[in-house]
Write a protein that binds this ligand. Structure first.
Ligand SMILES: Cc1cc2nc3c(=O)[nH]c(=O)nc-3n(C[C@H](O)[C@H](O)[C@H](O)COP(=O)(O)OP(=O)(O)OC[C@H]3O[C@@H](n4cnc5c(N)ncnc54)[C@H](O)[C@@H]3O)c2cc1C
Length: 473
């Protein structure tokens, strides 16, 4: 029996795709790299996922988990011919506990659907990637996704209490639980952000957050990106951590405005979208302080959303930024780095200089409050040599961010895209430790191989001596 025959025996023909035309939709995510998929399966239960993993292991075929495929780092793109396990059909919200403020959900639940479901209960799921209308909770766990409202609330890892996971040999385990501060190693924390390399998540216990009684959203306009970045640092230095603090530069504002028509100031060099939440009195006070600080830093105007409709429009504009880039060029390459907030001005200035040096069209939109930069290069991949030029510029932007004390990725994950840059931030001995941990979960290396860790991450590959108690190979 072939792998596909065995998979059909478990799931039936309808939920096993192996025709090359069907597989075209599965061979890439929202990034720029493609991979080879042997078959894509759509299980509907944990037991079906476990059975598919066992069959793939018997055939020696690697397994890659996939949610909605909105990842930008190639996390769900196979590096070698693989079985894709697509989790979108395990999409039920099983158990909402309004007292504990938790819910068990399937990995295929769409992020925004979860908050819509709990809205009547006065609760929401806080991490809100801009892709939240499409991406899944399982994919968010895989990438440890962030979002505009993660500044005050923390990224996905801060909102996951437990995961149910199918291991490399097809067992089902639950890591974590409702009880706070459980004993033992925090394997739940290790799995969040592991991009499907440690197991396939089939259920997620999420923390729900109470909806704020009052919200105020401010759009601040500046004549320079440096003034806007300075305002970000000054707000935090004043002791205010807004719920969100997002920045867009002029090229991005122009593209978004042409797309959404939200009344954004297209002549401003930069805009900041700030949101404060809490009790009315606190919200009013913080909003006034932000207005004052922005004025001191050179803001030319402040617009406060008058009602929920205007607030929703401003957020729609911000969250449509990547889609809006189609106004500028047919392709984009998006980078995701993070820098200390205090280095924002210097790094942004350097990023613009790189854009000019490589003669690429750049638009910037980012979670400024947490120093998460998204330099986005718009280009036409049909132009000879352009893709290579764009990649070279992008890599330099990453190097500048790291040199300023930042890191490779703020939220999109390492995947394939940043894998070979890992030695910029990890010493060989660190990579070795990560490789050993991974081997403990997946000794045969069948779970999303070739991701996150560069080839030769075991220390002896770097020519180091063996670790204590281990003979060098
Ligand atoms: C327009 C746009 C805006 C975006 N904005 C943001 C943003 O603001 N913040 C942000 O963080 N990201 C953002 N992203 C990136 C992306 O949406 C996130 O990384 C998201 O978490 C991916 O979810 P997904 O369901 O599409 O997962 P996929 O892309 O399918 O997979 C992502 C990773 O998780 C793994 N994975 C998926 N499901 C499972 C599972 N059940 N078990 C184990 N591993 C699994 C995959 O193998 C892969 O490594 C954006 C993307 C786009 C296109």
């Amino acid at each position: 029996m072939t792998l596909v025959d065995d998979l059909r025996a478990i799931l039936g023909s309808d939920r096993v795709h192996s025709h090359p035309l069907e597989l075209l939709v599965y061979n890439k995510d929202a990034g720029v790299t493609t991979g080879e998929v042997v078959a894509a399966v759509l299980p509907e239960t944990t037991q079906e996922v476990a059975a598919c993993v066992r069959v793939a292991a018997r055939h020696g075929v690697p397994v890659v988990a996939r949610g909605a495929g909105t990842g930008l780092a190639g996390g769900a793109v196979p590096t070698e011919p693989a079985l894709l396990i697509v989790l979108t059909r395990i999409n039920e919200i099983w158990d909402v506990d309004t007292v504990a403020r938790t819910a068990w959900v399937g990995p295929g639940v769409i992020n925004l659907d979860l908050s819509r479901h709990t809205e009547p209960l006065g609760l929401h799921y806080a991490p809100d990637p801009s892709s939240q209308a499409a991406c899944t909770i399982g994919g968010n766990v895989g990438a440890n996704a962030g979002g505009p409202h993660c500044l005050a609330e923390g990224t996905t890892v801060a909102h996951i209490l437990a995961v149910e996971m199918v291991t490399a040999d097809g067992d089902v385990v639950v890591l974590g639980g409702k009880a706070p501060d459980p004993p033992g190693l925090d394997l739940r924390g290790v799995v969040v952000g592991s991009e499907g390399t440690l197991g396939i998540v089939t259920g997620v216990l999420v923390k729900l957050t109470q909806n704020a009684p009052a919200v105020r959203t401010l759009l601040l306009t500046f004549d320079s990106i440096q003034e806007a970045a300075g305002t970000v640092s000054a707000i935090v230095a004043a002791g205010i951590i807004p719920a969100a603090l997002e920045m867009m530069d002029r090229p991005m504002v122009v593209a978004v405005e042409a797309f959404i028509n939200a009344g954004l100031p297209v002549d401003a060099e930069a805009v900041l979208l700030a949101e404060v939440v809490g009790l009315e009195a606190g919200v009013a006070a913080e909003s006034q302080t932000i207005e004052r600080i922005a004025g001191e830093q050179g803001a030319t105007s402040v617009r406060i959303a008058a009602d929920d409709a205007e607030r929703a429009l401003l957020w729609k504009a911000r969250k449509s930024a990547f889609g809006a880039v189609a106004q500028a060029a047919p392709d984009y390459y998006l980078h995701d780095t993070v820098v200390p907030r205090t280095a924002l001005v210097d790094v942004i200035t350097e990023v613009y200089a790189i854009g000019e040096r490589y003669d690429v069209q750049m638009l910037n939109v980012f979670h400024a409050g947490d120093g998460n930069l998204h330099p986005l290069v718009a280009y036409d991949s049909r132009e000879p040599g352009k893709t290579e030029q764009v990649r070279a510029a992008a890599e330099e932007m990453v190097r500048v961010s790291v040199a300023a004390g930042g890191s490779l990725t703020g939220e999109h994950g390492v995947g394939l895209e940043k894998r070979d840059l890992m030695p910029l931030v990890f010493a060989p001995v660190d990579l070795d430790a990560q490789a050993r941990l991974r081997e403990a979960f997946d000794p045969e290396g069948l779970l999303n191989p070739g991701k996150i860790l560069p080839r030769g991450s075991r220390c002896y590959d770097y020519g180091l001596t063996a670790l204590p108690g281990e003979a060098a190979p």
